[in-house]
Write a protein that binds this ligand. Structure first.
Ligand code: ADP
Ligand code: MG
Length: 681
């Protein structure tokens, strides 16, 4: 086997692969031998020899037997040929087999020879239209079908894989360390690759696929864990916070933290204190109390003498955070400042130097926080609220405002496990899996638009007990102007119905910021009992006295968004209701509505959302961050993915893991492939 070195050899080392074919293979992302050997079939044709009495008409089958009479070739048309011979299946069954336009097969068909023929069975004629002759008479196995394209045809891939396996089988070594292979009953890599391409049976193919998926996820996860480890060794600031002061602050909160909040606060504080860079994702369902956790973390940073920043996606949210934080910190030495696009030039002019000098130590804002003119004295902790609303660059920009500040990213709604493991795999994750005590459940109902009038009576009854209601107006994707018109029409209608007993307010995206804020404040102070709004109230808004959420055209919203909207109620001590108004036009929309009425659990919903829409739609097509796996499906194979992640964590966690005997092949493989990736770009 001269010349065979390793699976990282370029495919051009293989016989029959010249520069042109190598180029063509590149269109299938096949560059080296390993790429080719892990270019797996997506299905198999069953080549098991069959008994003709069990066959259905037009079935593709393999029949085995002996050649009973010499083939006869007849010509027809201009250049067409038909080759026919008789195949003796057993003592009393002979069937005619026909091949078109392959006269050369004649030489393979000596009388008395045993063979297996793959083809299409014709039940009426009891004959077989042959497609290929399978060497040997066992007829065993399954034909592999690969994803092919115009440049590289099916047959080419099959041949190349065969010859690559023949040549390189001796150098295929196990990548998954032996203890793991034993624990999860996985195949050796050589066997896995063999059985993926040339399985002897369905079962063999399935066993191989299970190992292939595990291997693919495991390699991906080990890489992620290595990146994470490198991130951790980055020199971050050690924020030596003042524990007694932090405890005083927590004791002064108007409520007791939930057990989950306490656990998460500990996880974060542990990271703050260490001289590493924290990159942590804080997950929790709507209303689980993420904001106060962020406040505690920011206060910790401040007691360590650093600054903290909180970036939110909208003006309303930034202002609400600034107000809440100012209240929370009223009796503590924290100077809260708000910086948004709406901040007046004069205010901005006084604020910027204060941020640069450090006299302001808690800065809340929107994208304005990452503008180049904004200089921080010493940014120790950057918190990003509703982090999915920001692009990677914006998150990075905030991070660059300090010297490796710790980063705490918060999500609006729970992220499905699949995405937490793949798209956010390089972050540490903290989960608040518990709502504050005393929360009343939200009852969700779905009505048709012709039932709205009777529902309004129930809403009035609810308001008469002193509660407030949100009314979210239809979402028309194309234009904000149309959204506004809809909102105004519904606003008029509600005024007619509810005033003068109750007052109705209107909020839409086209209003000026100070108008929006004025309306929000008035609603908060119960000057309005009904707030008609477009989705500007979607995230974060916190008015505990509101107990009704009506959503028009609910079928136009995604599950995550509906769950966010619903999360605006159920924040106080009173029971709440969410009313979805929808006349859905398709099955998927119906399923979204029934899912909403059947669960309040954001983790369940997010998983359902992922199944209904796929990862691309959830995180945005272009930057879903979910890698393209070859065999594994991170949604359907979540179990294997989680197990592989756990295994990878354990592998990388042990000190000097790359030098251990069991891991040598793995480490070598990762370093050669990593090298290739960097040189390819
Ligand atoms: P989210 O996780 O959706 O951002 P918030 O941080 O807005 O949730 O919290 C929702 C509401 O719950 C707020 O009014 C907040 O003051 C309150 N809250 C937070 N933690 C607790 C707690 N441990 N006990 C009672 N109420 C709490
Ligand atoms: Mg929030």
């Amino acid at each position: 086997m001269l010349g065979v070195t390793s699976l990282s050899d370029p495919v051009s080392e293989l016989a029959g692969v010249g520069p042109k074919r190598a180029q063509a293979l590149r269109s299938l992302a096949i560059e080296n031998v390993n790429d080719l050997l892990t270019y797996f079939p997506f299905r198999y044709e069953d080549l098991q020899a069959k008994d003709p009495t069990e066959l259905t008409d037009q079935a593709k089958v393999t029949l085995k037997g002996t050649v009973a009479a010499a083939p006869v070739i007849s010509r027809f048309g201009r250049r067409k040929t038909r080759l026919t011979f008789r195949l003796l299946l057993d003592e009393h069954t002979i069937i005619p087999v026909t091949f078109f336009n392959q006269p050369w097969l004649k030489d393979k068909l000596e009388v008395g020879k045993e063979l297996a023929v793959y083809g299409r069975f014709d039940a009426k004629r009891q004959s077989l239209s042959g497609m290929k002759i399978i060497a040997g008479a066992d007829g065993g196995g399954m034909g592999s079908i690969y994803p092919a394209n115009k440049e590289v045809r099916q047959g080419t891939i099959q041949k190349l894989v065969e010859s690559a396996f023949e040549t390189y089988a001796p150098v295929i070594v196990d990548l998954i360390p032996e203890p793991l292979r034993d624990e999860y009953r996985l195949l050796h890599r050589r066997e896995m690759i063999h059985d993926m391409h040339f399985p002897a049976s369905d079962r063999a193919a399935q066993a191989a696929r299970r190992t292939a998926k595990f291997e693919e996820f495991y390699l991906f996860e080990v890489r992620l864990q290595v990146v994470k480890q490198q991130d951790h060794t980055l020199h971050g600031q050690a924020l030596t916070y003042d524990l007694p002061r932090l405890k005083d602050f927590i004791a002064a909160l108007p409520y007791e933290l939930t057990a989950a909040q306490k656990r998460v606060v500990n996880e974060i504080c542990y990271d703050l204190k260490r001289p590493i860079h924290m990159n942590r994702l804080l997950q929790g369902d709507v209303g689980s109390g993420k904001t106060v956790v962020a406040a505690i973390a920011m206060y910790a940073a401040i007691t360590a003498g650093a600054q903290a920043a909180l970036m939110a996606p909208t003006e309303i949210l930034a202002e609400q955070h600034a107000n809440n934080l100012a209240k929370l910190f009223a009796d503590f030495p924290v100077n809260v400042a708000l910086l948004t696009g709406a901040t007046k030039p004069a205010a901005r002019k006084t604020l910027l130097p204060q941020i640069a000098k450090g006299t302001v130590n808690l800065i809340v804002g929107t994208h304005a926080l990452i503008q180049p003119e904004v200089d921080y004295a010493d940014l120790g902790l950057a918190v990003i609220d509703e982090q999915h609303r920001f692009g990677v660059n914006q998150r990075q920009a905030l991070r660059e405002k300090g010297q490796q500040p710790d980063v705490l990213a918060m999500t609006a709604t729970p992220i499905p496990r699949t995405l937490a493991i793949t798209a956010y795999g390089e972050m540490d994750v903290s989960v608040i899996n518990e709502l504050p005590a005393g929360r009343q459940p939200i009852k969700t109902s779905w009505i048709r638009s012709n039932q709205v009038d009777s529902t309004l009576r129930e809403v009035k009854a609810e308001l008469s007990s002193g509660s407030q209601a949100y009314v979210v107006t239809p979402l028309i994707e194309e234009s904000e102007a149309v959204d506004m018109k809809n909102a105004e029409a519904i606003y008029e209608r509600f005024k007619e119905q509810f005033e003068p007993t109750y007052r109705v307010g209107l909020l839409h995206g086209r209003m000026k910021n100070d108008e929006k804020n004025a309306v929000m404040d008035a609603f908060k102070n119960n000057e309005f009992q009904v707030l008609v709004a477009t989705t500007v109230i979607e995230v974060g808004v916190d008015v505990p006295n509101a107990t009704v959420m009506m959503i028009y055209d609910a079928d136009h919203f995604g599950l995550a968004q509906l769950h966010q909207l619903r999360g605006r109620v159920g924040r106080g001590k009173k029971a709440s209701a969410c009313i979805l108004i929808a006349d859905p036009k398709n099955e998927l929309a119906v399923e979204r509505m029934t899912t909403m009425t059947s669960t309040n659990d954001g983790f369940v919903l997010s998983q359902k959302d992922l199944e209904l829409r796929g990862p691309g739609d959830i995180l945005g097509k272009k930057q879903s961050g979910v890698p393209d796996f070859k065999v594994g499906d991170p949604v359907a194979d979540l179990n294997i993915l989680s197990v592989a992640q756990q295994a990878a964590k354990e592998t990388v966690a042990s000190p000097n893991w790359a030098d251990k005997d069991a891991n040598l092949a793995l480490a070598a493989f990762l370093s050669t492939t990593a090298h290739q990736n960097t040189t390819m770009d």
